[in-house]
Write a protein that binds this ligand. Structure first.
Ligand SMILES: [Zn+2]
Length: 318
């Protein structure tokens, strides 16, 4: 009898828990984020109130992401979409949003700015670097609104997080206090680390370097690295023999001894350039998950600084 009563109680509890979790799950916001670090930040700020799907794998080149049908399904059902903006997602996001036909997360098809209330553009409030004089996608210019790679600046973390919290509160004001509380806790963890990373990065100040793609101006702003040129002929245009010859000359003349290779770009040509110039190569991630174990904004930030320091022989851990 006792066992039967106990079983009944257990069963009731299980049914109650199941129905509660259904109600709870139904009240979760469905959020789609492009870059993995944005997905992670959204989970930190939304906690159990959000269910987050990421679109882009960290090892991909964000300028070359292939659209998959599953992306459309996710976006069609989403309450919010979190993205870097400044057209960095231009090869996949506008097309997907067009097909997904979800007015809540609609973007302006020309500027990719927010239209729907669930559009969370993390570039809002950014002091944009390398903004071209004219707004056109001229040949080879894949950053027509200015450089969009601000996620490589560790100091941009709090601003990105605030944009995410603001967006979640906009579509879900009833739980705005929860998002605000989680945001404060996240920023309280992040800010002291930014101070530490600045100290850690000190030996990079004034060091001249070249990168593969033109995605390092914000990283340069944080670390003090002076990026002189790129292996790419123009943003998005592969290195040409003539450009590489000029680059070798420039690197020899200016004694540039650091090549920054973003993980997704051609290792062979970087190795070849290193052999020609005696420079060392630092591999960095341009998104979380690009490098093994660096699955959050914080880990991406620290790993990049450490890899840069290691390449100039200054990482205290090596
Ligand atoms: Zn780029």
């Amino acid at each position: 009898m006792k066992i039967r009563t106990l079983s009944l109680a257990l069963l009731t509890a299980m049914i109650w828990a199941a129905s509660f979790s259904r109600v709870y799950a139904a009240s979760q916001l469905r959020v789609v984020a492009t870059a993995p670090e944005l997905a992670d930040m959204t989970r930190r700020i939304g906690g159990e109130l959000v269910k987050v799907d990421g679109l882009v794998k960290g090892m991909e080149d964000i300028h070359q992401v292939v659209m998959r049908p599953s992306f459309v399904t996710k976006l069609n059902k989403a309450d919010a979409v979190v993205y870097l903006g400044l057209s960095i997602e231009h090869v996949f996001l506008p097309g997907l949003l067009d097909v997904a036909r979800n007015p809540g997360i609609r973007q302006d098809p020309d500027t990719q700015g927010c239209v729907g209330p669930g559009c969370i553009d993390c570039s809002e409030g950014l002091s944009v670097m390398e903004k071209p004089e004219t707004l056109s996608r001229a040949q080879g210019e894949i950053h027509p609104q200015g450089n969009p790679h601000y996620n490589l600046d560790p100091a941009e973390g709090p601003r990105i997080a605030r944009n995410i919290a603001k967006g979640l509160s906009r579509i879900d004001p009833a739980r705005g206090a929860d998002y605000e509380k989680n945001l404060k806790a996240y920023i309280a963890e992040l800010e002291p680390r930014i101070v530490q990373w600045r100290k850690l990065a000190a030996p990079l100040k004034g060091v001249k370097a070249v990168s593969f793609h033109k995605d390092v101006c914000y990283l340069g702003r944080f670390t003090g690295l002076e990026f002189v040129d790129t292996l790419e002929f123009k943003p998005g245009v592969a290195p040409t023999p003539g450009h590489l010859e000029t680059l070798i000359r420039k690197m020899r003349e200016q004694e540039i001894k650091l090549i920054v290779r973003e993980q997704q770009y051609d290792p062979q040509v970087c190795q070849w350039l290193a052999e020609k110039t005696g420079a060392k190569i630092a591999v960095i991630g341009t998104m979380a998950n690009a490098l093994p174990g660096a699955d959050t904004f914080e880990k991406l930030s620290e790993r990049n600084i450490r890899n840069l320091l290691a390449a100039i022989g200054k990482d205290p851990l090596f």
